[in-house]
Design a protein around this ligand. Structure first.
Ligand code: CYC
Length: 196
């Protein structure tokens, strides 16, 4: 198997508790201290490789503000990632840090976010993901429709991520970091929980 289809390595790197503490301390006006916690979903409930992701402010770890399921597929010899919402996010808040809760999530609890699939490439030393082109991943923020433009890069040391929303008509930046990408370091790895 080539690196380009190596879902196991990608998932092993992604399944971690990440923090951008250094960046937040160095540049507090631009970067909040954020934690991203990613755990594999058990194969018994999700036979296709799937991860659970929670994003939270470090000071409110127990109230994550973004919860998603990421499902991997191999399409044309490369990895693609589907992005899912939880239908009842409240019911599963904290599951990234509570394996018993994680086991209760089933495919019936999630809903595909249309247009938000991501293409993932092997760079030679890392994986790099971008949302499929076409401005199709629509995100409503403060009542305003935007399209997502993003990229993330991950290796055995860090997760670098930049997610931004733009106005579909003027292409102006509406939300997201004005100071550049978030740099997350791994605090803890959950690679040993990856079953696929
Ligand atoms: C939005 N981030 C999005 C969306 C996708 C991703 C598909 C639009 C739809 C949605 O709301 O889910 C996808 N971004 C990703 C993926 C990764 C990534 C798969 C790899 C882990 O970086 N999102 C993150 C970062 C973090 C972030 C770690 C940087 C601080 O996963 C921020 N993404 C972020 C925000 C939004 C977003 C704030 C807008 C959500 C909203 O306002 O509803």
């Amino acid at each position: 198997m080539s690196h380009a289809t190596d879902i196991k390595t990608l998932a092993s790197w992604m399944c971690s508790d990440f923090s951008n503490q250094e960046q937040a301390f160095e540049n507090p006006p631009f970067y909040a201290h954020i934690r991203v916690c990613i755990r594999p979903l058990p194969l018994t409930n999700f036979p296709e490789p799937s991860l659970f992701l929670e994003q939270a402010y470090d000071y409110a770890l127990n109230q994550p503000y973004r919860v998603r399921v990421l499902k991997f597929n191999i399409v044309h010899e490369r990895i693609e990632l589907e992005n899912y919402k939880l239908k009842e996010q409240e019911a599963f808040l904290g599951a990234a840090r509570d394996v018993e809760k994680l086991k209760k999530i089933t495919p019936d609890d999630i809903e595909l976010m249309q247009g938000c699939d991501m293409l993932i490439d092997w760079t030679g030393h890392s994986f790099k993901g971008v949302v499929k082109p076409g401005k199709n991943c629509r995100v409503i923020r403060n009542g305003k429709e935007t399209y997502l433009d993003n990229s993330f890069e991950i290796d055995e040391h860090q997760l670098i991520s930049l997610d931004r929303g733009y106005d579909p008509v003027t292409n102006e930046l509406v939300w997201g970091s004005v100071a550049g990408a978030f740099h997350f370091k791994r605090r803890q790895s959950f690679a040993d929980e990856v079953e696929f």
